[in-house]
Design a protein around this ligand. Structure first.
Ligand code: NIG
Ligand code: FE
Length: 424
């Protein structure tokens, strides 16, 4: 009998190991093609996946320093949240109540609420205080099985406050297990002091904020809220072209509240991700597919805003656009950090199968961040970001609403979170 190979970690005893496969986004009919290994196990060494196979086989083959028994639950790749705004102070529950009473997001913003009402909290908070709150949110993301999070600024809207927000993201990423990928959303809204001189705000962003962000290497992405009530197409084009000129890559909030044609602009500019897309047109879908832009959808947002128009998830998939999922966690339009909730709503709203939702919330979300070679699936050589859940099979991923099924989280091969009371 051959000696067994020693490894760092073996996760075994699952009902299923379920994962998309590949180093790029899955599209079209392939979106839901996930691999299902019954009674599966994951062998991990040096922080990376060494092998995925049957528990009995891998238990024979390897002598693991640490073993984790999945106890008949489903094992998944760590979830990837491709769009969040987690650097804020203070919440906006009064707006939620106003919407419940019939006011719209746009009406509330026009009356001084919305994004502008979150500026003071960030501007008057110290970097340490913001870091403390992001560290707490990171713990919550982790407990919900999200191991990588795209994190935008956008509630500072001055050079100093945007840089402060980016430092907070960078420090939080270094100081706890969740990986934050930073995006500077300096073009989120016109701050009150620029209300009557919008061109000057564009100039501040293009001539000062983007160059400082790029010089400091403190964010990979730049973002804009392209919308009738925010930055129009021409302003967005100028702002995003400026970001591209200094080497930042582009993500864009487009066609969320009105069909402005932001998707076509994202395609024209070669953005990596076009987000929201509730009002995208057939021409917009074609443009995104042609340019290979990832559509990052947030199915909780229309629900939370009581807006009736959904992103056309199925049409985007049918049109060949790579589709990713996200919470859009923020104090205004989605106060929810759970990607499991998002997977369920992607199924309810877009008609995604459990496999399609999983791919969109893992591999394709990773692709939207240009990280699909590294995370987003359980495959040989990828970083070992692994969830153990108590779900009896992967259909429960979308079937179960409102419960956290995660019992353990492994990040880079290390056990970093364990449920106190599994199944609660
Ligand atoms: O993604 N659309 C713009 N930005 C956020 C909302 C932010 C807020 O209301 O504070 C979003 O939905
Ligand atoms: Fe957003």
């Amino acid at each position: 009998m051959s000696a067994s190979q020693s490894i760092d970690l073996l996760i075994h005893g699952s009902a299923e190991v379920v994962t998309p496969l590949g180093q790029a986004a899955l599209t079209g009919a392939g979106l839901g093609d996930v691999s299902v290994v019954p009674d599966g196990a994951v062998a991990v060494d040096d922080g990376r996946v060494l092998e995925v196979g049957r528990s009995a086989d891998l238990q024979n083959k390897y002598a693991a320093h640490t073993t984790l028994d999945a106890q008949g639950g489903t094992v998944l790749p760590g979830l990837v949240d491709a769009h969040t705004h987690p650097v804020f102070m203070g919440t906006r529950e009064a707006e939620f109540e106003l919407r419940a009473a019939g006011k719209t997001y746009v009406e509330i913003s026009a009356a001084g609420g919305g994004i502008a009402s979150s500026l003071e909290g960030v501007r008057t908070s110290s970097e340490e205080a913001l870091l403390g709150s992001l560290m707490e949110r990171a713990r919550r993301f982790l407990s919900l099985g999200t191991t990588t999070v795209e994190a935008k600024t956008g509630y500072g809207l001055t050079l100093e406050d945007e840089l402060k927000g980016l430092r907070v993201i960078q420090r939080a990423s270094a100081e706890q297990p969740v990986d934050f990928v930073a995006t500077c959303l300096a073009a989120h809204a016109y701050p009150p002091e620029y209300a009557d001189r919008r061109e000057d705000f564009h100039t501040l962003i293009v001539e000062e904020i983007w160059p400082a962000v790029a010089d400091q290497g403190i964010a990979r992405y730049a973002d804009v809220f392209t919308e009738e009530q925010a930055f129009d197409l021409d302003s967005s084009r100028r702002i995003m072209a400026g970001a591209r000129d200094v080497g930042l890559e582009l993500r864009m909030h487009v066609d969320q509240l009105t069909p402005l044609g932001g998707a076509q602009l994202a395609a024209e500019l070669g953005a990596r991700s076009a987000d929201h897309l509730e009002h995208v047109s057939p021409e917009g879908i074609e443009a995104l597919a042609g340019a290979g832009v990832v559509a990052t959808l947030s199915p909780l947002v229309p629900l939370f805003l009581r807006e009736s128009t959904e992103a056309p998830g199925r049409a985007l998939v049918a049109g060949g656009v790579p589709v990713a999922l996200s919470t859009d966690f923020n104090p205004g339009s989605c106060y929810c950090m759970s990607m499991f909730e998002v997977l369920t709503w992607a199924s309810l709203r877009y008609g995604f199968s459990a496999g399609e939702a999983l791919t969109a919330g893992t591999l394709n979300a990773a692709a939207s961040l240009d990280l699909a070679h590294e995370i987003g699936s359980l495959e040989v050589g990828k970083r070992a970001d692994v969830l153990i859940t108590d779900l009896p099979n992967h259909s429960h991923l979308t079937y179960e609403l409102g419960r956290n099924p995660v019992t353990a989280v492994v990040k880079g091969g290390q056990l970093v979170w364990r449920a106190q009371d599994p199944g609660a």
